[in-house]
Each structure stands twice: as structure tokens, then as C-alpha cells.
Ligand binder design. Structure first.
Ligand code: SAH
Length: 234
């Protein structure tokens, strides 16, 4: 076995503050905006010269939150309701050898402010603080394969879930001005149905909480309906 040392080129500043409720792939929630902030050794405009000609980029990253939990040969993909097992290399599971993730995301812009180089991204599926190992431009002529088949993950996951907000949650969203897309962001995150498979099979109302940006959000799920009852600033 060969061992390699990897160095982060940057870190992600993401609204997703915990693993729970992060969409399972990029671009499912376009309102998920993030910044990739370069580390000191790579904090030079030369490193990204020409990148602004590309609309999308690949990010290779470390599943840093779960990397120390190791891996197993077979995993239970959430798409299969947690009942069926597949080889780890037949899935995009986080618990894998080397704990390397990859996401194709939208490049909204490149920023160089007060001596700090950052990429502005959207549609991300990354946890706040995720270390980025490499960045490459997305090449449609080679990377987009319209005739590809994808087994158990052949179609984009869709749910029938609806989302409603309480009076106080609606007011909270209207009062804050920093995130104009906050409502759509919360709606789309909840429509992905982040519940673990075993909870989906349960009847009756279930309570959940998550943090997006600096907001604690609480909601209840009953059948296919989400009710956002409360939002507060941390
Ligand atoms: N697009 C990537 C990620 C797929 S797994 C790939 O295919 O490799 C998606 C899950 O990764 C998300 O639901 C989120 O819970 C988890 N995740 C995101 N960033 C993470 C991190 N830094 N550490 C551990 N898990 C992370």
C-alpha cells in the first residue's frame, strides 16, 4: 500500500452547519450558496486565472466530518430505503476508503477582496468547513454523458412533499434581509426529504431541527407534509 499526504487548497463556507438535511448530491437545491476560501499557499489570483470562463467546476474534497469513522465494503444507499446493500464503489456514500468526495457545482463568480481569494458557488452539497483537495473545470464535451445509465440512481430524486410555514416563521423570514432566498432555500431542502429511511416508514408527526446559516429551524413532518413551526437566530 502507498500512502500519500494531501493538502487542502481551501475550505468551504457553507450554510449547511450539520450533515443532517444536506441534499445527497449537488445542484438539487440551487439556493445553496457557498464560498470556497483559498488557503494561504494558494491565495493568489494566478491559481484561478481563466477559471471564470467556466460555468461549472468539479470539487474534490475530504468528507472530513466522518473520515475517522472508516469504511465498509457494502453500504445501504438511502435511495433504496436503507434496505438493500451495494458495494461502496457502486455508490456515492461518504464512508469510503480515503473519504474523498466529488461534486460538480455552479461557479457564480471569483472574488478577491482584502487580499483573500474566494470562489462563489451555488448548488453545493457540502458541510461548512469542508476541506477542498482540488478544483477542476467541468468539461461538458467529456463529462456530460447523456446516454449514461445509472442503476438504482437513474433519475433525479423527486418527492411529493409540501412545505408550509407558521405565522412566526413567515414573519422571521420577512424580517431578515440578508438572505433573500431563505424561504425557497428552506422549502427546497425540506422537499428533498432529509429524514432517515427508517423514520419515513413511521406514522404520525415527527419533530426535526436543523441549522442553516445562523438560524435554527424547527419543523414537523406528517405523511408528506412539512410544517416549519419556528425559526430563530442562534
Ligand atoms: N457529491 C458528493 C457527496 C455525496 S454524499 C459525492 O458524490 O462524492 C452527500 C452527503 O455528504 C451529504 O448528504 C452530506 O451529509 C455529506 N457531506 C457533505 N460534506 C461532508 C463532509 N465535509 N464530511 C462528511 N460528510 C459530508
Amino acid at each position: 500500500m502507498s500512502d500519500y499526504q494531501l493538502t487542502a487548497v481551501g475550505h468551504i463556507h457553507s450554510p449547511y452547519k450539520q450533515k443532517f438535511a444536506i441534499p445527497r448530491q449537488p445542484r438539487l437545491v440551487p439556493q445553496a450558496k457557498a464560498k470556497l476560501v483559498f488557503c494561504a499557499d494558494f491565495n493568489r489570483e494566478e491559481f484561478v486565472r481563466g477559471l471564470d470562463d467556466f460555468s461549472h467546476i468539479w470539487l474534490l474534497f475530504r468528507f472530513h466530518e466522518t473520515a475517522d469513522k472508516g469504511y465498509s465494503a457494502m453500504v445501504r444507499p438511502p435511495r433504496l430505503g436503507g434496505n438493500d446493500r451495494k458495494g461502496v464503489f457502486a455508490t456515492r456514500a461518504t464512508f469510503r476508503p480515503n473519504a474523498i468526495g466529488m461534486s460538480a457545482v455552479k461557479l457564480e463568480g471569483i472574488e478577491y477582496v482584502n487580499g483573500q481569494l474566494s470562489l462563489l458557488l451555488s448548488g453545493i452539497d457540502l458541510l461548512d468547513g469542508t476541506p477542498i483537495l482540488d478544483i477542476k473545470p467541468y468539461l461538458p464535451y467529456s463529462d456530460a454523458m447523456t446516454d449514461a445509465s445509472a442503476g438504482f440512481a437513474d433519475v433525479r430524486p423527486e418527492t411529493q412533499m409540501s412545505v408550509d410555514f407558521s405565522e412566526s416563521a413567515t414573519q422571521f423570514i420577512a424580517q431578515q434581509k440578508q438572505y433573500p432566498e431563505l424561504k425557497e432555500f428552506i422549502e427546497n431542502v425540506l422537499k428533498q426529504d432529509p429524514r432517515p429511511a427508517y423514520k419515513k416508514q413511521k406514522d404520525g408527526e415527527q419533530n426535526y431541527g436543523m441549522t442553516l446559516y445562523e438560524f435554527n429551524i424547527r419543523w414537523q413532518v406528517n405523511n408528506e407534509h412539512n410544517y416549519v413551526s419556528h425559526i430563530e437566530k442562534i
